[in-house]
Design a binder for this molecule. Structure first.
Ligand code: HGY
Ligand code: MN
Ligand code: MN
Length: 418
């Protein structure tokens, strides 16, 4: 196979160029899903893909598929991609590297005139982050049958706008029913978003799976009262209850250390006034673990804490689980392609389980899937300081290209034996 090498400068240039769409003064990106900024980067992606001769289709969850034909266009494509939406204080690389790295890999094939056996597609999944609309990975979840489309498009952001209305507003509700798009395989390049590869001094993470994760929406209700005139013993302080629950979520995760993870990242205090005892607090709990049985134990301990903490404070509390993504093991053949690609590229590599959720976790339910990680500085992500070097981005895209070509060859061999 020709020694096909991606263009590191071109990839870096596009990463920096798209980082200006929603760029923040601290050097990060705020490009929430289904906003006009998301539309702008989607338009950018479509234009670049079409300039490479790809046809771009969009499904009714807004997922974008840029397709390059192969020798056998009757065979489902090998896809690669990730997401272009970001956290409110996101970095330049989370998701974006996976889409632009895939675009650069495809561009390398086009420029070399290399014809693959199967068609190749680059995918941009809608709302991977789950920041504006919960839960995360909604479009890939519908694609994999984990959520119904009706449920997904009815999800509301914190100002009451539905996913469906926002998708319509940016003009990216496509015609193709989400999920009716067979794939031969899917590969996702992503930054690790943790400290392991950097600590182990490895260039590449051969991602063999994703840990399990669950989200819960909680409302603690007390009674708004005057902070200056209401005796402490008469207060029903919803924020006091919420604060104790936040502390307990942390303690439950620490009691199952080191693999368990727990946090509260979103909280709304009402009426949120300096001299009013909060009458109501809304927040979201995030629990994670690689083992579903331990996740069950974390959930049981969390659930038991709700009344234990709120009853003595004369507070009522409601909690609903809005997301349950079980642990995932990726396809052995796809993982083997990643392993061979890293070796062929002369890069150090180790196997790793992903702590963060990714679209690949859902896609793996309907197509053979694997992921490729590259390190990020100090393991920092979901932070404007997120950084992965030009060389590391290029290494990841190079392994992505070689993994897709490796899998394409195995597919051709499989079909030749029929
Ligand atoms: O929540 C996650 O792990 C991902 O960033 N959506
Ligand atoms: Mn991501
Ligand atoms: Mn993310």
């Amino acid at each position: 196979m020709q020694n096909l090498v991606i263009d590191a400068e071109r990839l870096w240039g596009e990463l920096m160029e798209t980082a200006t769409i929603g760029g923040t003064p601290k050097g990060g990106i705020c490009r929430l899903t289904l906003t006009d900024l998301d539309r702008q980067v989607r338009d950018w992606f479509r234009a670049r893909a079409e300039a490479l001769g790809c046809t771009v289709t969009v499904d009714d969850m807004g997922a974008m598929f840029a397709r390059r034909p192969g020798q056998r266009n009757d065979i489902a494509p090998i896809a690669m991609g990730s997401h272009l939406d970001t956290q409110p204080t996101g970095g330049k690389f989370d998701g974006v590297l996976g889409v632009l790295g895939a675009l650069e890999a495809l561009r390398t094939l086009v420029q070399a005139g290399y014809e693959t056996f199967a068609p190749i597609e680059v995918v941009n999944w809608t709302n991977e982050e789950g920041s504006r609309f919960a839960p995360a990975m909604v479009a890939s979840g519908v694609f994999a049958g984990a959520f119904t489309r009706d449920w997904a498009v009815s999800r509301e952001d914190r100002s009451g706008v539905t996913f469906g209305a926002a998708l319509e507003a940016i003009g990216y509700r496509g015609a193709e029913p989400c999920g009716q798009h067979p794939l031969s395989a899917f590969f996702e390049l992503h930054i690790e978003q943790g400290p392991i590869l950097e600590a182990e001094k490895k260039d590449i993470g051969i991602v063999t799976g994703v840990q399990g994760m669950r989200w819960y929406e909680v409302t603690v209700t007390g009674e708004s009262a005057h902070t200056g005139a209401t005796p402490m013993r008469l207060r029903k302080n919803a924020l006091l209850g919420a604060a104790r629950l936040v502390e307990r979520v942390n303690a439950i995760a620490e009691a199952h250390a080191p693999a368990a993870l727990g946090a509260v990242g979103l909280m709304e205090v009402r009426p949120n006034s300096r001299n009013v005892v909060p009458g109501e607090v809304f927040f979201c709990v995030d629990l994670r673990h690689p083992d579903a049985a331990v996740l069950d134990r974390l959930e049981a301990a969390y659930t038991a804490s709700l009344r234990e903490i709120c009853d003595p404070l004369a507070l009522s509390v409601s909690s609903s689980r809005i997301w349950d993504q079980p642990p995932v093991r990726f396809d052995a053949a796809c993982v083997a392609s990643v392993r061979r690609a890293a070796a062929l590229s002369g890069l150090s590599a180790q196997e790793i389980i992903s702590g963060a959720g990714h679209d690949a976790a859902y896609v793996s339910r309907v197509a053979p899937t694997a992921m490729i990680f590259v390190p990020c500085r100090d393991g920092v992500s979901h932070n404007e300081a997120e950084f992965t070097s030009r060389e590391q981005c290029a290494a990841g895209a190079q392994v992505l290209l070689q993994a897709v070509l490796d899998y394409d060859r195995t597919l051709a061999e499989r079909h030749a034996r029929k």
